[in-house]
Design a protein around this ligand. Structure first.
Ligand SMILES: [Cu+2]
Length: 131
């Protein structure tokens, strides 16, 4: 019986991993001056930690090997009774892309800026959303 339960549970866990792997609930493409940043996440933007993968391509889809994703900034404009907020999220290189834990601390309007350096030149990629 124990062995049977173990088999059932491991199958369920394996299936969960497979479905998670294929999930791409959030994808955002941003272009600037011939370059394209693609953000991919398992979950749409939500309050809490958002795990984002960031890829840099040329606009015609070729990976830009010497692109360095420097920073992600989340900015929330002032709200009634609340001053503006600005957070810098650490970015880490993982294989052919970058990853960041983007902690969106509350609901409201967020303006995101991804800072990328290509050949020593800074490029900003911006977008916004409401939580
Ligand atoms: Cu606020």
């Amino acid at each position: 019986m124990k062995k049977f339960l173990f088999a059932v549970f491991s199958t369920i866990i394996a299936l969960m991993f497979i479905t998670c792997e294929k999930k791409e609930a959030f994808k955002k493409e941003l272009t600037n001056d011939g370059y394209k940043v693609v953000i991919i996440s398992d979950q749409p933007p939500h309050v809490g930690i958002n795990k984002w993968k960031i890829y840099v391509y040329t606009v015609d889809g070729k990976p830009v090997e010497n692109a360095v994703v420097k920073n992600i900034n989340g900015y929330m404009p002032p709200m009634p009774g609340m001053p503006e907020m600005s957070f810098d999220y650490k970015v880490q290189k993982v294989g052919d892309h970058y990853e960041s834990d983007v902690n969106l601390s509350m609901g409201g309007t967020w303006q995101m800026t991804i800072l990328v350096e290509i050949d020593g030149k800074p490029y900003e990629f911006k977008f916004g959303f409401n939580l």
